[in-house]
Design a protein around this ligand. Structure first.
Ligand code: COA
Length: 298
């Protein structure tokens, strides 16, 4: 790896959006109409408030060539205790500037900021790489990936419902009302609502949204159900709907959820790690309890 000329690093601002977007699309090999920020609007520097985000850019003269992003969010465990997480994403270096240590530097800056703000742990969703391994990230947590066609469960006793397609502010309300899992704030609703490549369905009775389900997210999570929440019976009705209309879908879930909802057929599931973690104060024994949904992952 050749040593590169030192870059000038600074925190990114809304005015950097265009260059940031171009860099990400180049690094991840995307071209129009696909775009990284359409799939990960959580990192759109123009979406404010950004108090729970920290995004750095390394500049070669005026040119943005390397970057990493960090989002702070509290995780609430089922017993009501909270742990602060730093979630890392959008780590990228322009291919013309690869292998000069810039990606590692961007990551180190994000880790440093997370340490400074006292997170209990860091998590990221990337492939296995020395970039992360050398910085003490380890795969952990539980996730299963199961074809929905294989799942068996009792027909839920629910009547008088209707389905709706597309994002609805009620989905956002469900995110904000989560009893456990990653905590969302009002400021997150804007980017959450801007996922043009996610398929959303909601179930309604008497004008009340009881449950939602989401699948797909552009380059990320293709053909995968990655969100489902609400009243259990209503969730099962949504799952049944998808089994009938989109039988080729797979579902990413925490194994405990299938047990809780009495769903059978998960023997065929692939068992995967949930994320790569770098723990600071969080007890490693608690990692197995954690569930990050697709929207949490960034
Ligand atoms: C991954 C990426 C950010 C690395 O950027 P970079 O500036 O070239 O990285 P560095 O020069 O700092 O190298 C970082 C480490 O990754 C390793 N590495 C970099 N490119 C690599 C490659 N193509 N194959 C194997 N290892 C590689 C280096 O050996 C180095 O390891 P070390 O720190 O233990 O020496 C860059 O290749 C990229 O933008 N990739 C596409 C986007 C992506 O996949 N991002 C990560 C997921 S969010």
């Amino acid at each position: 790896m050749g040593a590169g000329i030192p870059l000038t690093w600074r925190v990114l601002a809304p005015a950097d959006r265009r260059d940031f977007s171009l860099l990400l699309d180049r690094a991840f090999g995307l071209s129009a109409p696909a775009s990284y920020l359409a799939d990960f609007p959580v990192w759109d520097p123009e979406i404010v408030p950004a108090g729970n985000r920290h995004q750095v850019g390394g500049f070669h003269g005026p040119r943005l060539v390397s970057t990493a992003s960090l989002r702070f969010a509290d995780y609430r465990f089922a017993d009501g205790t909270d742990a602060r997480f730093g979630l890392i994403g959008a780590v990228a270096t322009h291919p013309d500037f690869a292998r000069r240590g810039y990606g590692a530097e961007a990551l180190a800056l994000a880790i440093h900021e997370a340490d400074r703000r006292g997170v209990g742990g860091l998590a990221l969703w990337g492939s296995d790489s020395p970039l992360y391994r050398r910085r003490k990230f380890e795969f952990g947590g539980n996730q299963i990936r199961v074809p929905i066609a294989s799942l068996r469960f009792e027909k839920p006793a629910l009547a008088g419902y209707e389905f709706r397609s597309g994002w609805d502010s009620e989905i956002g309300a469900h995110f904000l009302a989560r009893k456990s899992g990653l905590r969302y704030q009002d400021g997150d609703l804007l980017w959450l609502s801007r996922h043009p490549n996610v398929e959303w369905r909601t179930l309604w009775i008497d004008g009340k949204c009881l449950a939602y389900v989401g699948w797909n997210r552009g380059i990320d999570l293709p053909n995968l159900i990655h969100e489902i929440d609400g009243e259990p019976a209503a969730c099962l009705v949504l799952l049944r709907l998808l089994q009938e209309r989109y039988p080729a879908l797979e579902w990413l879930a925490h194994p405990e959820l299938l047990r809780r909802w009495k769903i059978e057929g998960s023997e065929v599931a692939a068992v995967e790690a949930l994320a790569q973690f770098r723990l600071r104060t969080l007890d490693p024994a608690r990692i197995g309890e954690i569930w990050f949904s697709g929207m949490d992952a960034c």
